[in-house]
Write a new protein. Structure first.
Length: 189
């Protein structure tokens, strides 16, 4: 594939749930829905692709219906699976798993959360999803509704940064991020 496709990544809005949510199926708060509506106000895409988790797909269905565009739900766009850490606050993690948490932040490639997904597996499913989106929607404007961890890792790939810098990538709730895919670093194909 030689054509680069511009993809807009939208992080879901606020769920009101603290801690590492991962693949837990939280819903948006009213404020979270409003954040997302404001983020896309006045914007249209030719297609929308979403994570199947409620905090993404409910808004994606609304936006696709509003604009009369196709919606595709792709489980590869789900958030990183934090294993035993899902639903735990940073404070609780620091107390219960401080050493493991430190190793994860320092080198997430080789130190996954206990019972959790590995970063290489996360990267593989995200890049496969974006490759499929780019093939299916060449020449189109595409909105991908997904999660903070997914956007952080994809931005690291696009910017040629290691996964250990994911935590330094600012991805607020309901923020839009433009990504050219395949990215210049050679990731994605």
């Amino acid at each position: 594939m030689s054509d680069v496709v511009a993809i807009d990544l939208l992080r879901h809005g606020d769920t009101g749930c603290p801690g590492f949510r991962g693949q837990l199926d939280d819903v948006l708060t009213d404020a979270g829905r409003e954040q997302m509506r404001e983020a896309v106000a006045g914007r249209r895409w030719d297609a929308i692709v979403s994570s199947p988790l409620a905090r993404c797909v409910a808004f994606a269905r609304w936006k696709a219906g509003l604009d009369g565009v196709p919606l595709h739900v792709d489980p590869r766009l789900m958030e990183f699976h934090f294993g035993e850490w899902q639903s735990m606050s940073m404070e609780a993690l620091a107390v219960a798993h401080g050493d493991a948490l430190g190793r994860f932040w320092a080198d997430p490639e080789t130190h996954p959360p206990p019972g959790g997904e590995t970063v290489p597996a996360f990267r593989a499913r995200l890049t496969a999803a974006l490759d499929a989106i780019a093939r299916a929607h060449a020449g189109e404007a595409v909105l991908v509704v997904t999660h903070g961890g997914a956007i952080r890792l994809l931005r690291c790939l696009a910017e040629g940064r290691p996964a250990s810098q994911m935590a330094m990538v600012n991805v607020p709730h309901a923020s839009l991020h433009r990504l050219d895919w395949p990215c210049a670093s050679g990731s994605g194909a």
